[in-house]
Every structure is written in C-alpha cells, then in structure tokens.
Design a protein around this ligand. Structure first.
Ligand SMILES: Nc1ncnc2c1ncn2[C@@H]1O[C@H](COP(=O)(O)OP(=O)(O)O)[C@@H](O)[C@H]1O
Ligand SMILES: [Mg+2]
Length: 150
C-alpha cells in the first residue's frame, strides 16, 4: 500500500515533515530515499526541528550515525558507506531503543531494518515540486499515513 503527497515548494515538504513528526514516537524508524537534490536533507531538518532538535542537522555521510537530543532522541543514519559490508553498528540498540531513527540509503542494510517502518521516497517532478511516496509497513505506520494524507 502506498500513499502519495504532492508538494509545490520546499515549505510544503517541510510542513509535511512537521505533520509526520507529531505522530512519531520511539522507536519509530523511517527510511528516506531520493536522488541528490530531491529534498532528503530538507525533510530531515524539518522533521528534526519539529521533534525539538535545536542543533543543525547535516548529512551524516562520514559518520554513519548522528544522534540528536530533542523532545526525544533522534538518530540520523546515512549507511551509504556500508554497501556490501556486514559490520554491526549496534542495529538493535539503534532500531529498537529509545530514539526515533531516520535512515538514508537504507537499502544497503535491508536485512537489519525492522519490519515495521515507514519508507519515504522523494521524487523530483519539477523545479520546486516533489512527489512524496509513503510506503508504510505495519499497522502503526499505516494508521499514521491515513491520518496525515487525508
Ligand atoms: N517541493 C520541494 N520539496 C523539497 N525540496 C525542494 C522542493 N522544491 C525545491 N526544493 C529544494 O531542493 C533542494 C533539495 O536539497 P536537499 O534537501 O539537500 O536534497 P538531498 O538531501 O535529497 O540531496 C533544496 O534546495 C530545496 O529548497
Ligand atoms: Mg542530503
């Protein structure tokens, strides 16, 4: 099952991230997919802000895992460099702990991901327009998608 949202400006993608954040609680996991310039960082920053993170959220490419303190802890993962590796970064603690987790390049750690999660794909449809495709896994995220897309 997929849900879609059209955004006509970065601010609308940020608004959507904010709406989603209001429904999240640890240990929720969200994966984020999209080409360079699609809006992954834009989305992640808005989500983090809505979760009460005051530090600047930047790409975690060189660190794999960045942890932020908001109203709840937030993990921001970019696992691009783990392609083909089976290194254990403490996945259980990350995915089943006390934080909300956002994962970029999640396909590289497919086997480690929890079954219940929300997959988000951002597609560029124009200069300032994007299609947000939401694929919830599990009843928790299906309920959230229904609430935030109606
Ligand atoms: N509808 C939109 N949603 C998200 N970003 C948008 C949108 N329209 C324009 N943009 C712009 O596209 C760029 C996306 O960059 P960024 O978030 O860094 O992408 P990524 O992290 O996926 O490489 C930003 O400059 C943002 O302002
Ligand atoms: Mg980025």
């Amino acid at each position: 099952m997929k849900f879609t949202i059209d955004t006509a400006a970065a601010s609308e993608t940020q608004d959507f991230a904010e709406r989603l954040a209001a429904h999240l609680a640890p240990p929720d996991v969200i994966t984020l997919e999209g080409d360079l310039g699609a809006g992954k960082t834009t989305f992640a920053q808005a989500l983090a802000r809505a979760l009460g993170v005051t530090r600047t959220v930047s790409s975690p490419t060189f660190t794999i895992v960045k942890q932020y303190e908001g109203k709840v802890p937030l993990n921001h993962l970019d696992v691009y460099r783990l392609e083909g590796s089976d290194e254990d970064f403490g996945w259980d603690e990350l995915f089943y702990g006390d934080a909300i987790t956002l994962v970029e390049w999640a396909q590289f750690i497919q086997d480690e991901l929890p079954e219940d999660r929300l997959d988000i794909r951002i597609l560029r449809t124009g200069e300032t327009s994007r299609l947000l495709e939401l694929e919830p896994h599990g009843i928790h995220f299906k309920t959230i998608c229904e609430a935030i897309t109606k």
